[in-house]
Design a protein around this ligand. Structure first.
Ligand SMILES: [Zn+2]
Length: 164
């Protein structure tokens, strides 16, 4: 059954309703490309800037001026090719417009922490492998794989070293 609040909105692009089921109504996504394209909403064609994500499960987001400014400030560049591969957290603000209050998608003015999903996993305990010393998580995974025959987290590597 169509939701009356979603009717008349463009279903091809990310909307605040797409975040309704997420914790804090926020999501962190990685930019794949930013392009201008023709968007048809309620029969009207407009050229909009759309931001596509590496996470294919999420629809592209139309960037308004506010979000463009946040994005440029966040990563100190206006070049779209430099923004590709960058992560942003998108949340919802209540915005007053035309005497009414609307939910608006907003890029948060903070650089998101790397998501744990992207960290390599320990072959022993299954936990995330974190950076250690001056090694990145991937380097720790490679180093322990070479030394112990499998990628290990700090704790399991210590235990393996003790057992050896
Ligand atoms: Zn472990």
């Amino acid at each position: 059954m169509p939701d009356i609040m979603k009717m008349g909105k463009n279903p091809n692009y990310l909307g605040s309703w797409d975040l309704d089921d997420l914790p804090n109504r926020e999501v962190t996504l990685t930019i794949s490309r930013i392009v201008d394209e023709e968007v048809v909403t309620n029969g009207k064609t407009e050229v909009c800037t759309a931001c596509y994500w590496q996470e294919a499960a999420y629809k592209p987001m139309i960037l308004n001026v506010t979000n463009k400014k946040t994005l440029c400030k966040l990563y100190k560049t206006k070049a779209t090719e430099k923004l590709a591969g960058r992560a942003v957290t998108i949340g919802i603000d209540r915005v007053k417009a035309f005497g009414d209050i609307h939910d608006a998608l907003r890029i948060r003015p903070r650089i998101p922490k790397p998501q744990s999903a992207s960290l390599p996993k320990c072959a022993q305990c299954g936990k995330d492998i974190h950076a250690a010393g001056n090694m990145t998580p991937d380097q720790v995974a490679a180093y322990t794989a070479k030394k112990y025959g499998q990628s290990l987290c700090g704790e399991c590597a210590t235990a393996a070293a003790r057992g050896a």
